[in-house]
Ligand binder design. Structure first.
Ligand code: DHB
Ligand code: FE
Length: 281
């Protein structure tokens, strides 16, 4: 059976793509953000994942407001990156793993998550930037299975539902008849709000409590309604639901996780950023 090696959560801000393109990683504005990644990359180099299940939210590229699935799973041989309007460079296509995609889809439907299946799927900065941050050199050395969770158009799925989705994805990985090593990546957050009266809103105490909860009390955030999460983390901060799904998936590997590394830095653009790696017990 496949092995879940652990999970990584990371922010995904379009400006990161611009900074990578211009080689600004060591500049004072960017260094506190980019310096969070080498320990995570070192851990990945030892943990050697072959496949990544990537929880992310599409921002109006593959799905627009007229057709918005709550949960969608990629089942494409490759994922082509495109720019949904930020003007950042696109990345080369990333290979999918069809076998795991369909096994995840079958497991989810059996568990009564009636997901949309996507045999073609354009991916935006939320999918490409985490991969670029984790594997900055050359081609992405893993195959991916993208799992898209709607956090852009209300109604959004409840935190408890997202956690349960993550748990079901974890069970799918753990029951996959394969000798592959699988990492789970979450893309999004942490607290940020890009528009409206509270534009620029950041909530450091809440973010730090959320990060801690993922290690020791993973269901902590499921006590909050989506509106409470928006209140605490901002309209776009609800992207932290991806981290909750990632942590849910790790439960399939055992009750505990080991925290490998965390970096929290405010702000990049309008966002409180974080990267965290958790090893499956
Ligand atoms: C920003 C953050 C996001 O999560 C996003 O998808 C786009 C922009 C920002 O802070 O600029
Ligand atoms: Fe986003």
């Amino acid at each position: 059976m496949a092995k879940i090696i652990g999970g990584v959560g990371t922010s995904h801000i379009p400006a990161i793509g611009g900074a990578i393109h211009k080689g600004l990683q060591d500049q004072p504005y960017w260094k506190p953000f980019f310096s969070g990644f080498p320990p995570v990359r070192d851990w990945l180099a030892t943990a050697r994942p072959d496949v990544v299940v990537l929880f992310y939210n599409d921002h109006g590229l593959n799905f627009f407001l007229d057709k918005m699935p709550t949960f969608a799973v990629g089942a494409a041989p490759q994922y082509i990156s495109a720019d949904e309007g930020w003007g950042i460079p696109t990345q080369p296509p990333v290979a999918g793993n069809l076998d795991l995609s369909w096994h995840v889809i079958e497991t989810l439907i059996d568990a009564e998550f009636d997901v949309v299946t996507c045999q073609e799927m354009l991916v935006d900065h939320a999918c490409t930037l985490p991969l670029k941050l984790l594997w900055p050199e050359g081609e992405v050395p893993v195959q991916i299975v993208p799992v898209c969770i709607n956090t852009v158009q209300f109604p959004l799925p409840k935190a408890s539902r997202v956690y349960a989705l993550g748990q079901a994805v974890g069970r799918a990985i753990a029951s996959w008849d394969s000798d592959r090593r699988v990492a789970v990546v979450a893309s999004g957050g942490l607290s940020h709000q890009l528009d409206g009266e509270r534009a620029g809103f950041i909530n450091k105490p809440f973010d730090l409590q959320f990060l801690d909860s993922l290690e020791s009390n993973p269901q902590w955030a499921t006590q909050f309604s989506v509106h409470e999460l928006v209140e605490k983390s901002g309209t776009q901060g609800v992207e932290l639901l991806m981290w909750l799904a990632m942590r849910g998936a790790l439960t399939a590997a055992g009750p505990k996780v080991r925290r490998i590394h965390t970096n929290y830095h405010i702000p990049i653009s309008n966002t409180a950023t974080a990267v965290m790696a958790l090893e499956a017990a």
